[in-house]
Structure formats: structure tokens, C-alpha cells
Design a protein around this ligand. Structure first.
Ligand code: SF4
Length: 424
């Protein structure tokens, strides 16, 4: 089915207040394609970003057969296929189902789960069965099928990377205690639950959110009225386990490109992978453990174990293909929405502008948006570059706060200099 709807679901920067659901949930999926200027778009949910090499092959086949051949990574570790024909929905769904990427048609847009991409790979504890168990529970819950495509679960191995992403329900591995901490929304108070009960506690929190949100209600926990949200946290959390004070990290730190223990990490410039790059990553994964993990920072982790000489060779090959394999790459931390010509709302070709402005790596990530919607923007602390009719507006974002912006006219050199200064 192809639904006419606004471009990629926006993620408003402003927080607080009441944001009731208005209109339909515009988030695209694989059964509900989104009409963009470059054709239809499908967003394939990849819980935890975890793909087998065979599933990666299936996505490449889908992109080549039905779309423009490229694979786009999202800020939730999902994959978008673009340039699709309007009549491909049935065949696309069949291909993804055969690959195990569409286990429940009713839940396909609710399977939004991010997970620490290095869990269990660099000396940290793993996440055990949380990911597969939570996905199984979500797909088995009739209520969960009504979650909006924006609702997000996060599974954090204790390092705080995906805990900082502002998910609606977060499980955090507590390490020494062997327990899990359940966070609902951005609350500083979390609740300790036995690790084996954690996925079910996360699902129950989501189902309680739906009850609290009503019909029609909020899309996300942060959109609930303050008193409703506080009551949800208090009653659902205290029923789950004892309270622990643990403020949410404000800044998400992605795995640096390179090696981490037995894993290889590569970032993807602007999140866009050519067929050759995707094939290379898949072949590399197949030689190692057969798994790829897509990160919420538009990167890819390939778990080992891998002998050191092979790691060096793999990084060299990935780098030669255009992927980012070292933290000092000029592309590290640079992101952009699809912009013109893919999106009708865009006021410019922000990908080309971001590419023209890359320079020495900056301390802060930068994200370029073709309009105020800022689809796929980062979380935490980052530099926001948004195109306006008056020029490019640059501002420093710190969580929910932003510094007064500066506007730069259409002078590429001045723009690059201003962005570099802001990121320093
Ligand atoms: S221009 Fe960019 S930020 Fe605006 S709607 Fe399109 S994709 Fe989203």
C-alpha cells in the first residue's frame, strides 16, 4: 500500500507540554510505503540493528530489484530503501518475510528497538536474550501492534550509549548486580528488575503507556501531559521493582570507527551505502561471524573474533571503498537528511552542502537538515545546521536546549568555516 503522507516522520526538538496525536501515524514501514520525490520509500525495522549476512543479502536484492539500489541507514539502526516503484509492496513484503525480516505484519512498525552495538564484544557484558525476547514479546502483543512507529525501546549494556537516545522504554544492564534497570521516558528514577524479567517489564511499560495515552493519545512518553507521565512512571515502575536514582546520560557516544576488542566498526558517510559497499560489508561479515550490527549512528559493527592481520586488511578494504574506519576521518560525525532532490520539503541539497563543508574532524557531531523538521537528527549535544529562506541557521544543541543561532548566507566558504568553528 502506498500512502500519501508527509516526508519522514519529524522528531520535534521541543520537549514538554502536550502533543496529542493529530492525524494518522505517518511513519513509513515496509507494508506502508511513503511517497517521496524520488519514488516510494520503505523503512525496514531491524531490531537491535542485528542482521545475518543472508538477511543483508536479501536487503540488497530488494534495493536492486525494487529501488534505486542503495541502502540508507537511519538514526535507529534501521534500513530505508528509496526510489521504489509504487506497485512493489507485495513482492517486497514477500522477499522480506522469506528472509525473516518481517515476522509479524501487524507489528512491523512497532519493532523499534535499538541496542548497544558493542554489547558483548569489547569486554562489556552482553545483553543476553533481551533483544530476541523483547522482539518476540512485542510481536505477540495485540496492544503493542497499536504503538506508533515512533515509539522506541532501547537495550543498553550499561555503557549509557543507547540510554542517551531518549527512548520511551529503556532497559539497562546493571553489571555487578546482574539485574536490569527499567527507565520509562526520560525519568531520572529507574526501577530494578531481575534480568530474566526485563523484556516482559519493558513490554508491560509500553502497554501501560498505551493505556495512559488513551485513544487518540500521545505517540511517545514525552508527549504525555506531565501529570499523566509522572503517574505512569510511578505506578508502572514501582510495580516492576525498587527505585534507583540514575539520571539519563545526556550525550550518546557512538563506537569510534576502527576496532573494539574483536569487532570492526565502520561509519557510513551520510548513512548512504552503495551496492558495492553493502556487498563488501556483507562479505566481510560472512568471513567473520556472519553477523552485522547497524548502529543508531549510521555505522556498522562486524563482530569477530578475527585474527589481527585480517582486521588490518579488512579495515584497509573498507576504507578504500569509502567507508569511515578511523576517528580522524573528515566525515566522522557528519550527518544530513535526504534533502533535495529526494524530499520535496527541502530547501537545498544538504548532502552536497555537507560534503562540500567537510574539514578537520570536529569535537561535536553536525547534522544538516533541508527544513525545520530535522528528520533523523542526533541526540545529546550536537551542531544543528538547518536551511531557511534566509540562509543556513547554525546552532549548538544540548539535549532539549539550544544556544542562540547564527545565520550564514549562501557563501560555501563562510558556511564551512562557521560549521567548523561551531564543532570545535
Ligand atoms: S528536508 Fe530533510 S528534514 Fe525536511 S522533511 Fe525532508 S528529509 Fe525531513
Amino acid at each position: 500500500m502506498l500512502a500519501a503522507m508527509p516526508d519522514s516522520a519529524p522528531s520535534p526538538l521541543s520537549a514538554g507540554g502536550v502533543s496529542p496525536r493529530t492525524g494518522g501515524d505517518a511513519c513509513p514501514g515496509t507494508l506502508r510505503l511513503h511517497r517521496a520525490d524520488d519514488g516510494a520509500l520503505a523503512r525496514v525495522r531491524i531490531p537491535g540493528g542485528v542482521l545475518s549476512a543472508d538477511q543483508a543479502d536479501a536487503l540488497l536484492t530488494a534495493a536492486a530489484r525494487f529501488g534505486d539500489g542503495e541502502l540508507h541507514l537511519t538514526s535507529r539502526g534501521n534500513v530505508q530503501l528509496r526510489g521504489l516503484g509504487t506497485e512493489c509492496g507485495g513482492e517486497l513484503a514477500g522477499l522480506l518475510t522469506d528472509a525473516g525480516l518481517l515476522p509479524s505484519a501487524a507489528h512491523e512498525r512497532a519493532r523499534n528497538i535499538v541496542a548497544s552495538p558493542l554489547a558483548g564484544l569489547d569486554g562489556s557484558g552482553g545483553l543476553g536474550v533481551w533483544l530476541t525476547e523483547l522482539d518476540r514479546l512485542v510481536c505477540g502483543s495485540a496492544a503493542a501492534a497499536t504503538l506508533s512507529g515512533r515509539f522506541l525501546f532501547a537495550l543498553d549494556d550499561g555503557r549509557g550509549d543507547v540510554d542517551a537516545l531518549g527512548a520511551d522504554v529503556t532497559l539497562i544492564a546493571e553489571g555487578p548486580s546482574g539485574a536490569a534497570l527499567l527507565r520509562i521516558g526520560a525519568a531520572d528514577e529507574v526501577f530494578r528488575v531481575p534480568a530474566t524479567d526485563a523484556p516482559r517489564a519493558a513490554l508491560l511499560a509500553a502497554e501501560e503507556f498505551l493505556r495512559a495515552a488513551g485513544d487518540p493519545g500521545a505517540w511517545r512518553v514525552k508527549d504525555l501531559p506531565d501529570d499523566v507521565r509522572a503517574e505512569l512512571v510511578r505506578t508502572t515502575g514501582s510495580a516492576a521493582g525498587p527505585t534507583v536514582h540514575r539520571p539519563r546520560p545526556r550525550t550518546a557516544t557512538p563506537p569510534a570507527p576502527g576496532t573494539h576488542g574483536s569487532a570492526i566498526t565502520a561509519e557510513v558517510p551520510l548513512g548512504r551505502l552503495t551496492p558495492a559497499q553493502w556487498r563488501l560489508l556483507t562479505e566481510t561479515a560472512r568471513r567473520y561471524g556472519g553477523e552485522l550490527r547497524l548502529t543508531p549512528w549510521r555505522g556498522i559493527v562486524i563482530p569477530g573474533p578475527v585474527p589481527r592481520p585480517e582486521v588490518v586488511e579488512a579495515l584497509r578494504t573498507l576504507s578504500e571503498s569509502g567507508l569511515i574506519t578511523a576517528p580522524d576521518s573528515p566525515w566522522t560525525g557528519v550527518g544530513a537528511c535526504i534533502g533535495h532532490p529526494g524530499c520535496a520539503k527541502s530547501l537545498s541539497d544538504v548532502r552536497a552542502e555537507a560534503g562540500a563543508a567537510v574539514g578537520p574532524p570536529g569535537r561535536l557531531p553536525v547534522y544538516w537538515s533541508g527544513c525545520e523538521r530535522r528528520c533523523g537528527h542526533p541526540h545529546g549535544e550536537w551542531i544543528d545546521v538547518v536551511v531557511t529562506p534566509d540562509g543556513h541557521r547554525i546552532s549548538h544543541v544540548r539535549g532539549e536546549r539550544r544556544d542562540p543561532p547564527a545565520t550564514v548566507g549562501n557563501d560555501p566558504a563562510a558556511l564551512a568555516a562557521a560549521v567548523a568553528a561551531a564543532r570545535a
